[in-house]
Design a protein around this ligand. Structure first.
Ligand code: FES
Length: 274
């Protein structure tokens, strides 16, 4: 028996939303944890961030980016079943009272996690601030999929200024930090931005916890692809994370390692499109 798709909806020019029935995940999932999908017998393992996991269902935001996610968008509809949904995997974030909690995001995995994390942080009595960045208007999600309902304060930015504030989450966050309004930052998205985020918050001593789920390949703890140099130690994003202390990560190494699969991913995508 597989895992039926219960909802599917386009979010933007590049991302979509999908909900699957997976009661075993929904029962014990906590913010920060991820799942691994396998579409069919020939499918690869695809680690995914979670937007919500409740009432027996798991919601995800997915980028039409590689062979598997394109197949999921074009060949799987509501009612179709996935071969497997494994999880919850990884370590949850520590939900407690921090004060002013900011979540920054500029890519699909983190957009999902901004909602999940801030919802839990708000319930724990924190003041929540979401800064969601997109490249342009075509990539911005419909309002109901933004983190607004769980954010006491919400900022939307686009690089070209076509909607929301022109700029990036780093610009908005810098202003909030200068006004002494940030007690802790959670975030995720593009690795280059996360490196800049770590550099921005480090001098202020602001704890900064980020997801590095995007560097995983199989999510099992065995392929070694998600290895991170971390304060003089080696950590595995899928086993020790995916949320890690941004100030301890060797970002240049992580960025270099992540680029290793770009060519293979491009080839697999081109073959699928043909
Ligand atoms: Fe393979 Fe972590 S993704 S070891």
């Amino acid at each position: 028996m597989g895992y039926p798709i219960t909802k599917k909806e386009n979010l933007s020019a590049i991302d979509f939303f999908m909900e699957v029935e997976a009661p075993h995940v929904a029962r014990s999932w906590k913010p920060g944890q991820f799942v691994v999908l396998i579409l069919d017998e020939k499918g690869e393992r695809v680690p995914m961030s979670v937007y919500y996991a409740e009432n027996g269902k798991v919601g995800m935001f997915i980028r039409r980016h590689g062979k598997t996610t394109l197949k999921l968008w074009y060949e799987f509809d509501v009612g179709d079943e996935l071969l497997s949904v494994t999880g919850p995997l990884g370590r949850p974030i520590k939900v407690k009272h921090y004060g002013n909690v900011v979540f920054v995001s500029d890519a699909v995995c983190a957009q999902a996690e901004s909602y999940a994390t801030l919802k839990a942080m708000k319930e724990a009595g924190n003041y929540t601030i979401a800064i969601q960045s997109f490249e342009n208007k075509a990539n911005v999600y419909p309002e109901r999929y933004l983190a607004k309902p769980v954010a006491d304060e919400h900022y939307l930015t686009t690089e070209d200024g076509s909607v929301g504030i022109k700029g990036h989450y780093l610009d908005v966050l810098k202003e909030l930090i200068e006004k002494d309004r940030v007690d802790i930052v959670f975030g995720g998205g593009k690795l280059g931005s996360l490196k800049k985020l770590a550099e921005l918050t480090r001098p202020y001593g602001i704890p900064t916890i980020v997801t590095v789920r995007q560097i995983m390949v199989d999510g099992t703890g065995m392929c070694g692809s998600c290895r991170v140099l971390y304060g003089g130690e080696i950590k595995f994003a899928c086993r020790d994370g995916p949320m890690l202390d941004a100030h301890k990560i060797d970002w240049d190494d992580a960025i270099k390692r992540n680029a290793r699969f770009t060519e293979q991913e491009k080839l697999a995508k081109e073959r699928y499109i043909e």
